[in-house]
Design a protein around this ligand. Structure first.
Ligand SMILES: Cc1cc2nc3c(=O)[nH]c(=O)nc-3n(C[C@H](O)[C@H](O)[C@H](O)COP(=O)(O)OP(=O)(O)OC[C@H]3O[C@@H](n4cnc5c(N)ncnc54)[C@H](O)[C@@H]3O)c2cc1C
Length: 442
């Protein structure tokens, strides 16, 4: 019956009457489960797969509104014209574990005292244990002019941070005939903090190929005081920046886009009254990001910035022991990447199983994250590191060096691992490979 209701809900986007019927009928639905996973993206799908295999059928419910699942790390290469957005997408139904029940709806509120989640359609889901994996969303509205500029096909403004606009980046690359190419990095936590500069490096390579580089300037504007948070890789990337003659403005944040004049206005993080206006022919924006609104409203669960408060080692909620968090929506100080989620998934799996047995969490997440920084069509710096920016490399060579192997790992190997192992709950990061091929590394 509920399946029928949800099908009607889908149809409802075009017909108000059916929607009203389906929503009011669905209001009565009341589900219960042992484990509820809210969000079925990289982290949620991985966790649901791990537990659906272990627990009885339908003990796991996944609450996920989208019928599309994207492998987001490839959006950078979509923007650079290496692949298409279609190649990064699969039906959510084909990746979510069949042994779990998928409710295609959004969480509207979490009541951690009563162990109840309410959905946007008015259903209630009672859980014993909860994994929150709702990621972050782009906050386009924070930059006046951005939403309109992204929607305008001819604006020259795009972002690789959305399946809706990453192909526009490629179109803008091809249309660029020289002039000012401007890139940005906002002052909020973002996923894949390397991607804003990766796309600038790819722009340089493409403009060189298309013979427009000599008549163009590339400017990279970042809120950070350094090019990258881990010194070893920052040193290597500074050489890339210098070789490519990319101008870097530090502590510089996009404030507004004046699309009619093709100008981007920035502020300085030390003194917000200090403005910089850059004219652009191509503007690539990394939008500000935040957690979904319903999570921000769940005040008992989040910090002042709206991120789920979990212990940075155990990934267990700091106040509610039956709640765990994984991925971009938590307040752990690691780099928000799919690579981090692979490692976190093992820790959450082990610790949540302990919690289910009424024992204390015992595994610790070490902050592992990885960032394959493509520097051209064919080279990549493969940054891997732990909490506090401590390098932790898998391959038996200096990964700060630009390498061809790392480029093909990013393009071909990592997507293969993601679809075939990680989302099925069988990949916990490269530690086992590291022990074999790089056993003497610190
Ligand atoms: C351009 C780009 C480049 C990247 N490059 C890399 C890279 O090279 N390497 C790397 O490891 N990582 C990279 N990443 C980061 C990586 O893709 C993310 O860190 C990862 O996918 C986050 O997983 P998640 O589960 O936390 O969130 P997501 O995968 O975003 O999933 C969150 C899910 O929650 C759902 N949701 C939202 N609100 C609700 C709600 N109210 N109720 C229920 N569900 C909800 C959403 O529909 C979504 O499916 C990149 C990302 C981008 C965009």
């Amino acid at each position: 019956m509920n399946n029928i209701l949800y099908k009607l809900s889908n149809v409802s986007a075009t017909t108000g009457i059916i929607r009203k019927f389906s929503v009011s009928a669905a209001k009565n639905a009341n589900f219960s489960c042992k484990l509820l996973v809210v969000g079925g993206g990289s982290g949620g799908c991985t966790m649901a797969a791990k537990f659906a295999r272990k627990l009885k059928k339908d003990s796991v419910i996944i609450l996920e509104p989208s019928s599309d699942h994207y492998y987001q790390p490839l959006f950078t290469l979509v923007g650079a014209g290496v692949t298409s957005v279609a190649a990064t997408r699969r039906d959510a139904r084909s990746v979510l574990p069949s042994a779990a029940k998928w409710i295609q709806d959004s969480a509207e509120s979490i009541d951690p005292e009563q162990n109840v989640v309410k959905t946007a359609s008015g259903d209630t889901i009672n859980y014993e244990y909860l994994v929150v994996a709702v990621g972050v969303v782009n906050d386009y509205g924070k930059v006046p002019g951005l939403t309109e500029a992204l929607k305008d096909k001819n604006s020259g403004v795009s972002t690789i941070y959305s399946p809706d606009y990453c192909e526009k980046t490629w179109a803008d690359f091809k249309n660029f005939k020289g002039g000012e190419a401007v890139f940005t990095y906002p002052d909020t936590p973002i996923k894949c903090p390397g991607a804003p500069q990766k796309i600038a490096y790819m722009a340089d390579s493409y403009f060189t190929k298309s013979n427009v580089r000599s008549k163009s300037n590339i400017t990279y504007n970042t809120c950070l005081p350094v090019i990258f948070g881990v010194k070893k890789y920052a040193d290597a990337l500074m050489k890339v920046v210098e070789r490519k003659k990319i101008k870097v403005n530090y502590k510089t944040v996009l404030k507004e886009i004046k699309a009619d004049r093709k100008e981007a206005v920035f502020f300085n993080t030390d003194d917000k009254s200090q403005e910089l206006t850059l004219p652009y022919n191509l503007l690539h924006v990394t939008p500000p990001m935040r957690t979904p609104e319903f999570l921000q409203r769940s005040k008992q669960l989040v910090d002042a910035s709206g991120f789920l408060t979990v212990d940075k080692f155990t990934l267990q909620h700091t106040k509610y022991p039956n709640i765990y968090g994984i991925g971009d929506c938590t307040n752990t100080p690691n780099s928000k990447t799919a690579a981090a989620i692979a490692k976190q998934s093992y820790v959450v799996e082990q610790n949540l199983r302990q919690t289910m047995r009424a024992r204390g969490a015992r595994r610790a997440y070490d902050g592992y994250g990885a960032c394959p920084l493509v520097t051209s069509y064919g080279t990549c710096v493969l940054a891997e590191f732990l909490y506090d920016g401590v390098p932790h490399e898998t391959l038996p060579f200096d990964q700060a060096r630009e390498s061809v192997i790392a480029y093909y790992m990013k393009r071909d190997l990592f997507p293969f691992i993601y679809w075939n192992f990680m989302l099925k709950g069988y990949y916990n990061g490269p530690e086992f490979v590291r022990k074999i091929i790089n056993p003497f590394a610190k």
